[in-house]
Design a protein around this ligand. Structure first.
Ligand code: F6P
Length: 541
């Protein structure tokens, strides 16, 4: 952002700081003024420390940056990922479900449609128990998704969120980490002859995924007395590096492509979502795409004042650059969305965790806050103490669904009551006077001390996102909402949201440490700490 824009935010923040959220919330029509709907999602941001002039100032910044042009350039397939010279076309993956015509290149859309068709045929064949044409043996009961980062988090979130839509035909498992404990436990539980492995890696160079793939391949081969070909029949690959997948002995009919124009963390809509399609069936997978397309159409057509992704982005920028908050909490009041904080961590922190612009210039403003969270009400009994009374303010997204997927009405009402109560408590707090009035025992000094500890400062902002119900459509819309939030923030912060150079250094170092750990390489070139730790590990192992 420009220095002048940051000054505007600082001025607006200074003007609003003395006003407590209690006062802002008391204004007539506050909810109507600061809540918006798009399809199955309602965004209530009336508990953000914002008023109309501050919102207008934020909107003016977005307009000045040309958010519509950036949005249109993305949907069109312009090269937005400049450091890797790639277009950014995850929206094309769901454009078949859009009401608006897609401006993405025709040949890309047709390749996507063909891949979706192939994926559908494979899923249908598996569902019928008739995947022999693919060389997959009959009797598959368990599907293991091997992938990490974007090849894990999106599919894992969606598979768990949509458990009430599972066909029940297969049990789905996720094995992202190279931690052998998980792998060993999974191998103890599953029958290798009934296991299908999805090897999901955009690059097909990721150490964790390839190593885990090799271990499972050996495990399955052992069940066939070392017959490698029969073991290979249990593998399906998803990759942008189709040649590398085929080089592992997986034939073309079991390799589904994805593409360089889809970033890993934006890829759940592609064949990376195969495990989801297997879990919920193709009609539900298409409904998931439809929900995202609905959000795409909304993003493409609504004025910034009514545009949920733009508003979410502006609220984030306000809290980070106006009010100076360094963290952002995501609290879904739905166990089914328990993976959402982890998914958003990658989406937001890998996309926006940068301190230089695409042309290498140092940015003037702070960028992505630390994104973290956990489900309510569990979180209330764990870390909400600090959120209510600690020294740092953490703005929150509180997320719930109006209609549950079960008939236990009392449970669901209790869940929603907690969601609403927490947002109110964070905003309103409890004054010292109110706390003092409750302290009836002890001396005046003791009552004062207790009241101080029972005072809630309040004035702590949150947004509430209410889904009509958690369905494939609303989940698709929710994920696409956050994707577009990131795109708008990237524009305002002048960041390339589609590369991730920050993950490379550690990967390279791990490769050089591995032989030293095994005692096959010298350690002098490492720093003192690494040398000491290698020596300790080697002495004990
Ligand atoms: O290490 C980061 C990362 O490159 C992510 O961006 C990506 O989602 C993940 O690794 C997995 O990559 P791949 O799908 O290529 O195995």
């Amino acid at each position: 952002m420009l220095a002048g824009q940051l000054d505007t935010l600082a001025r607006e923040a200074a003007r609003l700081k003395p006003l407590h959220l209690r006062e802002l919330l008391a204004a007539p029509g506050r909810f109507e003024q600061f809540s918006r709907r798009a399809g199955p999602l309602l965004l209530d941001f009336s508990r953000q420390k914002l008023d109309e002039p501050a919102l207008q100032a934020l909107g003016a910044i977005a307009e000045h940056c040309g958010w519509q042009q950036r949005r249109d350039a993305m949907f069109r397939g312009d090269v937005l990922n400049s450091s890797e010279q790639r277009p950014v076309l995850h929206t094309a993956l769901r454009s078949g479900e859009s009401q608006l015509p897609s401006p993405a290149p025709e040949e890309i859309r047709s390749e996507i449609a063909q891949t979706l068709q192939r994926m559908g045929e494979l899923v249908d064949a598996l569902e019928r128990g008739d995947a022999g044409a693919y060389g997959i043996p009959a009797g598959i009961t368990d599907v293991v998704n091997l992938g990490i980062g974007g090849s894990d988090l999106g599919p894992r979130l969606a598979v768990e969120a949509l458990s009430s839509y599972h066909s029940g035909r297969f049990r789905c498992h996720f094995l992202p980490n190279v931690d052998g404990h998980e792998m060993a436990a999974l191998m103890r539980r599953l029958d290798p002859r009934k296991t299908l492995v999805l090897l999901v890696s955009k690059s097909f160079t990721t150490q964790e995924t390839l190593l885990n793939g090799a271990v499972l391949r050996q495990w399955i081969a052992q069940a066939y007395a070392g017959d490698e070909a029969r073991a290979a029949a249990h593998f399906v690959a998803v990759s942008a590096n189709v040649a590398a997948a085929q080089a592992l002995g997986i034939p073309p009919e079991r390799v589904l492509p994805m593409w360089d124009f889809v970033g890993g963390r934006y890829s759940v809509w592609s064949s990376v979502g195969l495990v989801l399609a297997i879990a919920i069936g193709m009609p539900n997978f298409r409904a998931f795409l439809r929900g995202a397309a609905l959000m795409d159409d909304h993003f493409r057509s609504a004025d910034w004042r009514d545009n949920l992704p733009v508003l979410l982005a502006l609220i984030g920028i306000w809290n980070r650059n106006g009010l100076g908050y360094a963290a952002h909490g995501v609290i879904p009041y739905l166990d089914a969305l328990s993976e959402l904080p982890a998914f958003l961590q990658q989406l937001e922190m890998e996309s926006l965790g940068k301190r230089v612009s695409a042309d290498g210039g140092e940015l003037l403003q702070a960028t992505v806050p630390v994104v973290w969270g956990s489900v309510g009400t569990n979180a209330q009994h764990a870390f909400f103490q600090a959120l209510h009374q600690g020294s740092d303010v953490v703005p929150l997204d509180l997320i719930g669904a109006v209609r549950p997927a079960h008939a236990l009405r009392d449970n669901h009402e209790a869940l929603l009551a907690n969601l609403l109560a927490q947002g109110a408590a964070f905003a309103l707090g409890k004054t010292r006077e109110e706390a003092l009035a409750e302290a009836t025992k002890g001396s005046a000094a003791e009552r004062e001390a207790l009241a101080a500890q029972r005072t809630f400062p309040g004035d702590r902002p949150s947004s509430t996102l209410l889904l009509d119900a958690l369905t494939p459509e609303s989940l698709g819309a929710l994920i696409a909402l956050y994707e577009h939030k990131v795109v708008v923030q990237a524009l305002l912060w002048d960041i390339n949201a589609f590369d991730q150079w920050g993950v490379e250094l550690g990967k390279v170092l791990a490769k050089s440490i591995l032989p030293a750990l095994a005692g096959n390489a010298a350690t002098e070139s490492f720093d003192a700490s690494t040398r000491g730790l290698i020596a300790t590990i080697r002495a004990l192992s």
